[in-house]
Design a protein around this ligand. Structure first.
Ligand code: AMP
Length: 199
C-alpha cells in the first residue's frame, strides 16, 4: 500500500516523500480513507504508531480541497491533546505535512505567557492544536472562537482522563458546532472513555 493508493493528493505526497515516509503505517492504512470520506473515527493507537499523520493528513487534504479565498483564516480544525509536549510535537508535524498546501496552523498550551500564541491566533489559522486549559482560557478571553470548527480531533483521550481533563472535554463538546467530523484517538479504552466516545 502507498499513500498515493490512499488517494493522498500531490502537495501532501511531496511533503511525505521529503520526510522519507515510503509507506503508510497500519493505523494510517486503516484510517486515512474513511477520514478523507469525513467519517467519524475511533482509533486505538499508541504514540509512535504514526497516528499524528493518520488524523492530520486527511484534515489537511480536505481543508485544501475545500479552500476558499478567505481574507482572514478562521479555525476549522481543532486538535485537542493533553500535554504541552504533545501539542508542540503535533504542531511540528503540521509544519512538514502542510508545507505545500498553504494550510495554516498554530498551537496553544499553558505554562508560558500567552502573547506569542495570541499573535499567532490573530494572524489567522485553519488548524488549532491546543491543550485544554489554555484553550478554555483563550476562549474565555474571546481570543479563540470555535464557531467554524468542522474537524475535531481528540488525541490521547485516556491520558486526558488520567490528567483530569474529562470535565473540560464534556464542557467543550456542546460548544463545538454539531456538524463536524470527530476523530477520537486513545491508547486504551477504559469505560469512561468508551462512554465518552459513544456520546
Ligand atoms: P506518531 O505516532 O504520530 O507520534 O509518529 C511516530 C513517528 O513515526 C514520528 O516520528 C513520525 O514522523 C513517524 N512516522 C509517521 N508516519 C510514518 C510513515 N508512514 N513512515 C515512516 N515514519 C512515519
Amino acid at each position: 500500500m502507498t499513500f498515493k493508493e490512499l488517494n493522498i493528493i500531490e502537495p501532501i505526497l511531496k511533503a511525505l516523500d521529503e520526510k522519507g515516509y515510503s509507506n503508510p503505517t497500519p493505523i494510517q492504512e486503516q484510517s486515512i480513507q474513511p477520514a478523507l470520506d469525513k467519517c467519524d473515527i475511533l482509533g486505538l493507537a499508541q504514540t509512535g504508531t504514526g497516528k499524528t499523520a493518520a488524523f492530520s493528513l486527511p484534515i489537511i487534504q480536505n481543508l485544501y480541497l475545500d479552500r476558499t479565498n478567505e481574507k482572514k483564516r478562521v479555525i476549522k480544525a481543532l486538535i485537542l491533546t493533553p500535554t504541552r509536549e504533545l501539542a508542540i510535537q503535533i504542531d511540528e508535524c503540521l509544519v512538514d505535512y502542510t508545507r505545500y498546501t498553504g494550510i495554516r496552523h498554530c498551537v496553544i498550551y499553558g505554562g508560558v505567557k500567552q502573547n506569542a500564541q495570541v499573535n499567532g491566533l490573530k494572524a489567522g489559522a485553519d488548524i488549532l492544536v491546543a491543550t485544554p486549559g489554555r484553550l478554555f482560557d483563550l476562549m474565555n478571553q474571546k481570543i479563540v472562537s470555535l464557531n467554524a470548527v468542522r474537524y475535531f480531533v481528540l488525541d490521547e483521550a485516556d491520558r486526558m482522563l488520567d490528567m483530569g481533563f474529562i470535565h473540560d472535554i464534556k464542557r467543550l463538546l456542546p460548544i463545538l458546532p454539531k456538524e463536524k467530523q470527530t476523530l477520537f484517538f486513545s491508547a486504551t479504552m477504559p469505560p469512561a472513555i468508551a462512554t465518552l466516545s459513544r456520546s
